[in-house]
Ligand binder design. Structure first.
Ligand code: PLP
Length: 438
């Protein structure tokens, strides 16, 4: 399979190059030259298959012969050594819990796959890849734990001192081994500026092979289609539902774009609800056909606070820049913080189910869609992107209950923080990177 840039001016590349490069040289995002397709017979054969078998079948179509099947299968088992539960709330409403990985958020699905693929490609090239990331929280922790212990790779992550939660800081600073955390005396913008300077520093790039592992990497996107395929087939097999609606809590729109891939591949996936918070640039585009991104607004569902989503370029590309065509597959619904809080309460009262804010936004959007007379009978799946324990404050402000903390979180909180404190000048980052083993 060949990958080319959404900007169409860079030359097409292999998956290896697209993965190791991240962004195309023309500034576009890599997309597969064609979306692989499963025939109805192939889909029928996957009914009843395990998550990992479905993941393998999809990955194989994108990877082709670039990785031998046995190695790919081992890699998938190593990535997804945790469950992907689907919980029924009422007769036709389900929650797919994507938070059972090591960092308790759905970003583990993409980061773990990307890390292992990067390790395999780096070994083939006999290279040591240095992944450099600036993070304000969740992405960094999924990357840190994704790349932990992966040969031929190491991670250097920069986070703003005092500006991430205690839990996030523990996740960023305790992976150890090949993962180095830099605590920057500055804010997130400083971290991002320093990382950008490193990528264009000719001296540094002579001695190190840097890559970014951010959410625009095609190898983070592909694996996110696995859980759409899995849920669509599980609903069919266990409950007889076909083409369920998927409500997707969206920030950079990688998650939703992966859903579109699964649908195009031929999985029985129905309409998407793009659930956003007050950051509604895409929702407005779908309704009005005009893309007019606003500055980012801070909300309760912080991981979705994105004014100008990076994966929107891919989504647009897949719909040929046509908002009406996008609107035939996707309904955009924006949910306020007030509604999010009220939803956390009502979901708990009605189902005894605790939702963190991102999940609540998606649940509420599905409800609102059905209440306006659409597909009320149809089955619907809410993607739950984080464990409630990650957003205790928001939940406790809405509910008067104690939330159980999963055991792996207890262990995490006990671990010893290991980070190097540096100033916010680029020279300090450069000297740290130059001091790493070659
Ligand atoms: C990153 C994130 C999102 C948004 O996902 P996108 O793929 O950026 O749209 C939603 N919820 C949580 C908890 C996240 O960490």
């Amino acid at each position: 399979m060949i990958y080319f840039s959404t900007n169409k001016t860079s030359i097409p590349v292999s998956l290896k190059k697209a993965t190791l490069e991240g962004l195309a040289p023309d500034g576009g995002l890599y997309v597969p030259s064609e979306i692989p397709h499963f025939s109805p017979e192939e889909i029928a054969l996957l009914e009843g298959a395990s998550f990992n078998n479905i993941a393998f079948a999809i990955a194989k179509k994108f990877i082709g012969t670039d990785i031998p099947p046995d190695q790919l299968s081992d890699m998938i088992d190593n990535c997804y050594n945790f469950d992907t539960p689907i919980v029924q709330l009422n007769s036709n409403t389900f929650v797919e819990e994507l938070f059972c990985g090591p960092t308790l958020a759905f970003k583990d699905y993409g980061a773990r796959f990307l890390a292992r693929l990067t390790g395999i490609f780096a070994a083939e090239e006999d290279k040591l890849i240095t992944v450099l990331v600036a993070t304000s929280g969740d992405t960094g922790s999924a990357v840190a734990y994704g790349f932990q212990g992966i040969a031929n790779t190491r991670v250097v992550l920069l986070y703003p001192s005092g500006k991430v939660s205690h839990l996030q800081e523990q996740q960023l600073t305790t992976a150890g081994g090949n993962v180095h955390a830099l605590e920057v005396k500055g804010d997130f913008d400083d971290c991002q500026r320093m990382v950008k300077e490193a990528f264009v520093d000719p001296f540094l790039n002579k001695s190190l092979t840097l890559t970014s592992a951010n959410s625009i990497n095609i190898s983070r996107l592909i694996p996110q289609s696995f859980y759409y395929g899995w849920a669509s087939l599980q609903l069919k097999e266990r409950y007889g539902y076909n083409n369920p609606l998927f409500s997707v809590p969206s920030g950079n729109y990688g998650n939703l774009t992966a859903g579109v891939l699964a649908k195009r591949m031929g999985f029985p996936v129905g309409r998407f609800i793009a659930a956003s918070n007050a950051n509604d640039s895409v929702t407005r585009y779908i309704d009005e056909g005009r893309y007019d991104p606003h500055p980012t607004i801070t909300t309760l569902s912080t991981a979705m606070d994105v004014g100008n989503p990076s994966n929107f370029a891919r989504l647009r590309y897949f719909y040929h820049n046509d908002h009406a065509s996008m609107g035939r597959d996707i309904t955009g619904i924006a949910i306020s913080d007030e509604e999010t809080k009220a939803t956390i309460r009502s979901a708990y009262d009605r189902f005894g189910y605790v939702m963190e804010p991102h999940t609540a936004v998606a649940f509420r959007a599905l409800e609102r869609y059905r209440n306006s007379g659409n597909d009320a009978e149809k089955s619907g799946i809410v993607l739950s992107t984080a464990h409630p324990a990650k957003f205790l404050d928001a939940i406790e402000s809405a509910l008067d209950i104690e939330i159980g903390i999963p055991s792996n979180l207890h262990e995490l909180m006990e671990k010893k923080k290991s980070a190097t404190l540096i100033g916010s000048g680029y020279k300090e980052l450069a000297s740290f990177l130059n001091g790493l083993d070659q």
